[in-house]
Each structure stands twice: as structure tokens, then as C-alpha cells.
Design a binder for this molecule. Structure first.
Ligand code: R5P
Length: 312
């Protein structure tokens, strides 16, 4: 693994450190800073000529800063003659506008994919995309990992049984089904109608949840509105204990307060794809690390080995 080198922007250096620890390598030395007026200033301090380079940079909040850091780091590494550059973007932001579903709207996910490719990425590693088809927006190899294995291990270790896996909307059925299969549990779906971009309304539940321990599965929690509505609907339908396993803790605005106040929600489990600021850490939110999952994917890509067993 001599040729492998990992860099991090400012989006999630702790995760990058965790990956380096798993791979027993030290983090590459780069200056990721700002000029006085706020422009991003990058300088790669390690020699990367002919090396297999990975940049760990989820495009989480602040999304514009983090995306721009990633693009400029890609440019710097390409110009420094890296042999291959992989953008490791465990949380791929700007994924919501992924199709023209109304007149005069952009397809921002495609724009961002183009920017990342043009800046110099040879390949991408990401996890639990908001919509799987975003993979096709990249014309370079992309490995789409899933946090399911990390969550399943946690649930199995907790000894929880009599489980109903719940998708909070129709779009999440595929993801929830993968969990239900692995946990040998029932599957339920919340038929949700969105009232406005900020407010979702849960209507009714398809599937058996009465007397069950419900686990709500989702790709991301932003305002927390969808989760709280799902929890309330499940409580009304007679679920016993209600937990949530959500890959990306965007947790914007008052989401943490909302989660904290939601009495019927026993636990929210997220991954460290996005760092949770210390002031937002509450007992109810449990964070599982994806450092090993990403580290293993990086190791296999570096060795030109298959990563498909990490997909489930
Ligand atoms: C919806 O398609 C997503 O999977 C999430 O359920 C949604 O984006 C969560 O947003 P919020 O937490 O703001 O309700």
C-alpha cells in the first residue's frame, strides 16, 4: 500500500483520521485554509506524483465551502501528477434536485457530478445516495456503499427482537426492504404526502406495526420533520418501542431539539458521514462510525480488488 495517500478537507477530518487509523497510514499533509477575503486556499505539502490519492470530503454543511474545497483539492492533486484521484464523498450533498420535476428547476446533482469530474476526480466513493440513479450522473467509476451492515451489526448486538422495519416514505422501500431481509423482520411503509418542502404529513401505515418494535430507516434526517411525523404515526398505530436508523445526520435548524423532545422516539442512530457538532450531541443520538467501511473500500480499490461484498 506504499502508493496510497489520504487527504482531508475541513468537512470531516475526524472521519478521515478514523480511515487512516484503520489503514494504518498517516493523513496526507495539506494546507486547507482561506485567503483574507474568504477564498479557499489549498497547498498539498506531500509529494503525490504517481500516487493513488483519496480525498475524504463529504459535501455536508456548509455545502458550498465543502464542495469548493473538494474541487480545489482535486485540481491541486491533478496538477501535482497524482496517478489516480478518488473523491471519497460519504454524504453527497446537493442530491435533492436530481430531476426536472417542475418547470425551470436545475438538476443540481448532475451539475455537481460534472464539477467533480472536471476538477480531476478519476473515481468516486459514496454512501447511501439520496437517489441511487445519481450514480449515473458520473461518467467515471463510482462505488456506492451502504451503511446497512454497520446498522445491522448494532441492532443484532442490542438483542432487539419482534422488529418491524419502517420506510417513512414510498421512495425508501428498497432501502427498508434490505434491512428487513437482513433482520428477518416485517416491513411497513408510511404513506406520506408532503405539504411543502419544509413540512411533511404522514397519512397512514401499510404493514403490521402493532405490538412491534419499529425501526424507521432513512437516508437522511434534515429538519427532523419526516422522522417525528413517522414516529407519531407509528405510536398511534400501536408500535411498542420506536427507533430510527438514518445514514446521514444532516440535522439542520432545530432538528436536534425536535428529536430530543419526541418522547415516543427511543433512539436515533446515525453514522459519522457528517460530523455532529459537540453542542448538538444528545444522549438519544447514537453515532456509528463508517471509517472501517470506507477504509476497507479504499484498501480494496488500491489493491484493485472487488468491493462488491461491501455493498450489502
Ligand atoms: C426524503 O425523501 C428523505 O429520504 C428524507 O426523509 C427527508 O429528506 C428528511 O427530511 P426532513 O428531516 O427535513 O423531514
Amino acid at each position: 500500500m506504499d502508493e496510497l495517500i489520504i487527504f482531508s478537507g475541513n468537512a470531516n477530518p475526524k472521519l478521515a483520521q478514523g480511515i487512516c487509523k484503520y489503514l494504518k497510514v498517516s493523513l496526507g499533509n495539506a494546507l486547507v485554509s482561506k485567503f483574507s477575503e474568504g477564498e479557499i486556499r489549498i497547498k498539498i505539502n506531500d509529494n503525490v506524483r504517481g500516487k493513488d490519492v483519496f480525498i475524504v470530503q463529504p459535501t455536508c454543511s456548509p455545502p458550498n465551502e465543502n464542495l469548493m474545497e473538494l474541487l480545489i483539492m482535486l485540481d491541486a492533486l491533478r496538477r501535482a501528477s497524482a496517478k489516480r484521484i478518488t473523491a471519497v464523498i460519504p454524504y453527497f450533498g446537493y442530491a435533492r434536485q436530481d430531476r426536472k420535476d417542475q418547470p425551470r428547476v436545475p438538476i443540481t446533482a448532475k451539475l455537481v457530478a460534472n464539477l467533480i469530474t472536471s476538477a480531476g476526480a478519476d473515481r468516486v466513493i459514496t454512501m447511501d445516495l439520496h437517489a441511487g440513479q445519481i450514480q449515473g450522473f458520473f461518467d467515471i467509476p463510482l462505488d456506492h456503499l451502504f451503511a446497512v451492515g454497520v446498522f445491522i451489526e448494532y441492532v443484532l448486538e442490542s438483542g432487539l427482537n419482534n422488529i418491524a422495519v419502517v420506510s417513512p416514505d414510498v421512495g425508501g422501500i428498497k432501502m427498508a426492504r434490505a434491512y428487513a431481509k437482513r433482520l428477518n423482520a416485517g416491513l411497513a411503509i408510511i404513506d406520506k404526502r408532503r405539504v411543502s418542502p419544509e413540512k411533511a404529513e404522514a397519512i397512514h401505515i401499510l404493514g403490521e406495526v402493532e405490538g412491534k418494535n419499529a425501526i424507521i430507516i432513512d437516508d437522511l434526517i434534515a429538519t427532523g420533520g419526516s422522522l417525528v411525523e413517522a414516529v407519531e404515526a407509528l405510536k398511534k398505530a400501536g408500535a411498542v418501542e420506536i427507533r430510527a436508523a438514518i445514514s446521514h445526520g444532516v440535522l439542520s435548524g432545530m432538528a436536534v431539539e425536535l428529536v430530543g423532545k419526541c418522547k415516543a422516539l427511543k433512539e436515533l442512530v446515525i453514522t459519522d458521514s457528517i460530523p455532529l457538532p459537540r453542542e448538538k450531541a444528545i444522549e438519544k443520538i447514537k453515532i456509528l462510525s463508517i471509517a472501517e467501511l470506507l477504509g476497507e473500500a479504499i484498501k480494496r480499490i488500491n489493491r484493485e480488488e472487488s468491493v462488491s461484498s461491501l455493498f450489502y
